[in-house]
Write a protein that binds this ligand. Sequence first.
Ligand SMILES: [Zn+2]
Length: 346
Amino acid sequence: MVISDRYHRQRLVEGIGDGGQDAICNSTVAIVGVGALGCMSATMLARAGVGHIVLIDRDIVEKTNLQRQVLFTEDDAKTQQPKATAAKAHLTSVNSEIKITAHVEDLTSKNITRLLEGVDVIVDGLDNFNTRYLLNDFSIKTSVPFMFAGVIAGQGNVMTIIPEQTPCLRCLFPQPPPTGLQETCDTVGVLAPAIGIAASCQCMDVIKFVTGNKNKISKTLLTFDLWNSESNRVSFGKPAEDCPCCGQLLFEFLRETSSEPVALCGRMAVLLPCIDSFDLNIASNKLQEHGSFEKSETMVRGEFNEERSPDGSAIKMICFHDGRAIIHGTDDIKRAKAIFERYVGN
Ligand SMILES: [Zn+2]
C-alpha cells in the first residue's frame, strides 16, 4: 500500500483493503438524474474511484439549482449547460483516472436497456416517481441493485433494493402517486443537508455492494426528518409474494411506451417527450427562420420572434438531440405542443 496513492485512506478501512479498492475501480455505476442527489452521489463516487460512472439527465442547469446541486457553477447556469455534461466536466477535474459517460436524455422504457447496459448498480437521483418505477422494474428484471432515495424539504426516504433479497419499491408502494399529487422540490422546496444524508446512505451502500460487503447493507427503509431531528428504520421483511413487480414479474413500467408532455410546475414551462426520427440540424434550420436560435452539439435553443408568453416576454425553446423539447413561457401543454408542431414539425 503506497501512502501517496489517492485511495490510501479508503484502502485503510476495514472491509475495503486493496481488494475492495480494486473492486471499486472495476465497477460501473449509473446515476440517473443529476440534480441535487445525483450531484452529491457523483462527486462521492468519482472521488472513491468508481471506474465508470454513467450520468443520465434530461435537464439544463438553472440558477435555482445552485443552492443544492453541488457540482454546478453560476457559469453553468448562465450558459444553460446540460446537467449531465456539466457534471462530467467538473468530475473529470476531480478524478481524471476514471471513465465518465454523460447522456443528455430522458430515461424511458425505450432507451433504458441501451443506457444502463453493463452497469453494476443504479443510483436514484430522480425527482419523479414514474421514472423510479421504471428503474425498479429494470432492477428486478436484470438483477441490478437499485439505491432508491427521495428527498423533499428536510425529509427523506432511502432504501437499497437488492433483487430477490429485499422488498422492491412496489412491495412498499404498489403504485406511484398520481403526478399532480406528488410533492416535489418545486412545490415544497428542499434543503441541501437533507440531500446530503440521503446521497451518503446511497453511496455507502454502493461501496458495500461492490466491495463484497453485502451483509452490511440494511434491508430497511430509512425515513428521516432532519428539520425535526427525527429518524426511523422500518423493516418490511421479505419481498411481497403478490408484488406486481418482484412477485408477479409483470414489469408494467418497462412495457409502457408512450410518455406524455408534462407542465414543469413552478417554472412556467412544458417538457415535451422524445419524438422519433428527429434531426437536430433540420430543426435548427427551421427554428432560425423564426427567431434567434443557437445550435450546439446536443441542443438548439433560443427564443421566438412572434410567440409571446402571458407577461409579454418572448417564448423560449430548447430542443435536445433526442427530440425532446422544453418550452419556457407557458404552462399550457396544448399551446406548447402547438408551438413545437408549428416550428419543428413532428
Ligand atoms: Zn416487489
